[in-house]
Design a protein around this ligand. Structure first.
Ligand SMILES: CC(C)(COP(=O)(O)OP(=O)(O)OC[C@H]1O[C@@H](n2cnc3c(N)ncnc32)[C@H](O)[C@@H]1OP(=O)(O)O)[C@@H](O)C(=O)NCCC(=O)NCCS
Length: 145
């Protein structure tokens, strides 16, 4: 695993960083509307969960979603699709981390297809116990008490 904490010292575009598989899930009938298509809100919740994985790791603590900067539903999702969530870091700031999440569906096992169904950019803020923004780079570089 690369050390992103050194990058966090100066707010900037993160260096080219490979995307990482952070979550897999298969939607169930309870997640679908009457036509059998999966609710957009269900997918948004999964993307929010998946997107928080790298920010939580980088900031070494609690994070909260401050913004969904972009969210694109490229293709519908159906019950039984195996969804893989890939995340990559786009920006590391003083208290925030922005990630890009791509969702890929593997469908129709008899005639397998892999389709990109969703992509999104989300920003997470590191927070302390009071829910206030927490400057994680300073904490990572300051000597242990
Ligand atoms: C997230 C929260 C703690 C931020 O508090 P705040 O006082 O507004 O914080 P700041 O203005 O100091 O911004 C903190 C960081 O967020 C970033 N940020 C704030 N608004 C943003 C936006 N709309 N888009 C992208 N980044 C944003 C700032 O740039 C800053 O990043 P940096 O320190 O890396 O430069 C506060 O807004 C909050 O609690 N929101 C509710 C979060 C929540 O409940 N989410 C779940 C969904 S209901």
């Amino acid at each position: 695993m690369s050390d992103l904490s050194s990058t966090a010292a100066s707010p900037a575009l993160a260096p080219a960083h490979p995307r990482e598989l952070v979550m897999r899930v298969m939607p169930m009938p309870a997640d679908a509307n009457g036509n059998g298509d999966i609710f957009g809100g269900w997918i948004m919740a999964q993307v929010d969960l998946a997107g928080s994985v790298l920010p939580a790791r980088i900031t070494r603590g609690r994070v909260t979603t401050v913004a969904v900067n972009e969210f694109i539903f490229k293709q519908p999702v159906s019950v039984g699709d195996l969804l893989s969530f890939y995340a990559s870091v786009r920006r590391i700031g003083r208290t925030s981390v922005t990630v890009h999440v791509e969702v890929v569906a593997e469908r129709n096992p008899a005639n397998p297809q892999v389709v990109k169904v969703t992509e999104a950019n989300l920003t997470y803020v590191a927070i302390d116990r009071e829910g206030k923004p927490r400057p994680f780079a300073e904490a990572a570089t300051s000597p242990a008490a």
